[in-house]
Ligand binder design. Structure first.
Ligand code: ASP
Length: 584
């Protein structure tokens, strides 16, 4: 038996108990005639005590040779400490050691296994197994488990069945590039790893499994923006015989359960917002509504004066920064530089100070009098003491820019509080999205999303205007889930694919199996998928998903620990038919 107790378990009530513990040496304090060792495992730290009087000489000598991260087993007696450590749960006791076995030695670790380590990101990733011994990472993984478990319980109790779907499949159009896997047995042919199990979960609905979920890996070969992973985990869900309202209620229930179970936060009803309103009020389809600073559109009150920049703009839009009138000229100039950075891309920023005495002072006083500026304040909701920041330009661009500024200012003002939770449904997304690069429409969600009832005809005349039965669940400015009611008849699916630029043959080759299934009694259905990594990070009050993933990849998509991806040898390439070799 390696251990009778773990290292986080012993208390004063165990006084005089004989115990066996195993774990890692966190640290040794050798005072010559007495030695203290902190023994660590997943559950905590227990102090071991050796002294010249009570500890046999050979054990004393062995203890003196222990280094950090050695794996040891000890037997000994629990005693109450004379000077207790209130900072750790086992701080009332220590174990007086009578036997010591070194189970394994350790090299000196390349960074300290402490909450605040001296190890940089790269080295921690290379030795991730050591990093996992640290509390912040260990606790994040345990936290993830708790969330996943709560999800499984909730959905299982609600009649959902977890069903696995295959990884070696064919392209699923979620808008990213596929990772592909060459098939040795079918030379020259490739599987694609699923960007999501989308088509399979729909086929499960045709199969009659009317409530499906799966905590599942998805793979998308995208240029990695900050805090994305090429493989990530979804809570993937689908239901049959449902309308949008059923889905929203079911998964609002799940999210409410998680917030309560994990964070102790009770939220009654999640607010809902139309996509168009989210864009108009926040410039963003995933608005953080923990704070206000809603956009005020100023076209009516700021155009038709002599200020050419505004007159020629499609949209003039501003936000009120609470207390922003206290910014110095220099600070405002810095803000202007910030919006002009290429990442944001504004050409400039107009501002207006709202003085405490009710007067205004703007950077464009030449063109606007006090009455005009009072209207700006009214539209943006600015109060005395605030600062109005105004951007102008092409609608979509300027909304994105002002949204970036809004988030930045909120961050600086401490308005994005990690322990506050503001969920929001964003609904009625456009069905299609114009892509500047390819100069054609793409499905905003995916090609299986159904248009709003009665809008199918609009596809021919005004495709950009068609709205979808699609919804996102947003939490604190992050999209944590997204889904839609699906198309479930072959005719509509064919029309949709045609509008997305698929020829009939291409549609057949890529999605023939789904269209065929639709001819065998496909029930109305819809679903949603949550990004588990992000959800866990937000519930855990963290900004990044990395520490909630046991073995994450770096920003270049590399696993630096196992050194992947890596070349494969010539023979393997030949076998796969990827290079000409003996086989030919
Ligand atoms: N498959 C979708 C996604 O990965 C989610 C859904 O529509 O259920 O975003």
């Amino acid at each position: 038996m390696y251990r009778s107790h773990n290292c986080g378990e012993l208390r004063a009530s165990h006084n005089n108990t004989e115990v066996t513990l195993s774990g890692w040496v966190q640290g040794v304090r050798d005072k010559g005639f007495m030695i203290y060792i902190d023994l660590r495992d997943r559950y905590g730290i227990t102090q071991l005590y050796f002294d010249e009087e009570r500890t046999p000489k050979d054990i004393m000598e062995k203890a003196q040779k222990l280094g950090r991260e050695f794996v040891i087993q000890v037997k000994g007696t629990v005693v109450e400490r004379s000077s207790k450590n209130p900072n750790i749960p086992t701080g009332d006791i220590e174990v007086v050691v009578s036997e010591l076995h070194i189970l394994n030695s350790s090299l000196v670790p390349p960074f300290t296994i402490e909450d605040k380590t001296d190890g940089g990101d790269d080295v921690r990733m290379k030795y991730r197994y050591l990093d996992i011994r640290r509390n912040p990472v260990k606790n994040s993984l345990i936290f993830r488990h708790k969330v996943a478990q709560a999800v499984r319980n909730y959905l299982s109790n609600d009649g959902f069945i977890e069903i696995e779907t295959p990884y070696l499949i064919k392209s699923t159009p979620e808008g990213a590039r596929d990772f592909v896997v060459p098939s040795r047995m079918n030379e020259g042919q490739f599987y694609a790893l699923p960007q999501s199990p989308q088509t399979f979960k729909q086929l499960l609905m045709v199969g009659g499994m009317d409530k499906y979920f799966q905590i599942v890996k998805c793979f998308r070969d995208e240029d990695l923006r900050a805090d994305r992973q090429p493989e990530f985990t979804q809570i993937d869900c689908e239901m049959a015989f449902v309308e949008q309202e059923d889905i929203l209620n079911t998964f609002e229930g799940l999210t409410r359960h998680l917030l309560k179970e994990i964070n102790g936060v009770e939220i009654e009803k999640f607010p809902r917002m139309l996509y168009d309103d989210a864009m108009r009020l926040y410039g963003n389809d995933k608005p953080d509504i923990r704070f206000g600073m809603e956009f005020g559109e100023l076209n009516e009150v700021a155009q038709h004066k002599d200020f050419g920049v505004f007159n020629s703009a499609e949209l003039v839009v501003g936000i009120a920064v609470p207390g922003g009138n206290s910014y110095t000229r220099k600070e405002i100039d810095k803000l202007i530089d910030w919006v002009k950075r290429p990442q944001v891309g504004a050409l400039g920023m107009v501002y207006c100070r709202c003085n405490e005495d009710g007067t205004f002072k703007s950077s464009v006083d030449k063109f606007y009098d006090q009455e005009d500026l009072a209207k700006w304040a009214e539209v943006t909701g600015a109060k005395p003491g605030d600062l109005i920041c105004v951007l102008s330009g092409a609608t979509n661009k300027v909304r994105a820019q002002l949204s970036a500024l809004r988030m930045e200012l909120a961050e600086r003002l401490g308005l994005r509080k990690p322990n506050e939770f503001a969920p929001l449904w964003v609904m009625d997304f456009p069905l299609l999205e114009w892509d500047e690069d390819t100069e054609r429409y793409h499905a905003m969600h995916h090609p299986f999303t159904s248009p709003k009832p009665g809008q199918l005809e609009l596809l021919d005349t005004n495709p950009g205007e068609v709205k979808a039965n699609a919804y996102d669940l947003v939490l604190n400015g992050n999209e944590i889930g997204g889904g839609s009611i699906r198309i479930h008849d072959k005719k509509t699916q064919a029309i949709m694919l045609k509008h997305l630029g698929f020829s009939e043959e291409d549609a057949r080759a890529q999605f023939g199996f789904l269209m065929d299934a639709f001819e065998y009694g496909a029930p109305p259905h819809g679903g949603i998928a949550f990004g588990l990594d992000r959800l866990v990070a937000i519930l855990g009050g963290q900004e990044t998903i990395r520490d909630f993933i046991a073995f994450p990849k770096n920003n270049s998509g590399r696993d630096v620990m196992i050194d992947a991806p890596a070349p494969i040898d010539k023979q393997q390439l030949e076998e796969l038919g990827l290079i000409l070799g003996k086989k030919q």
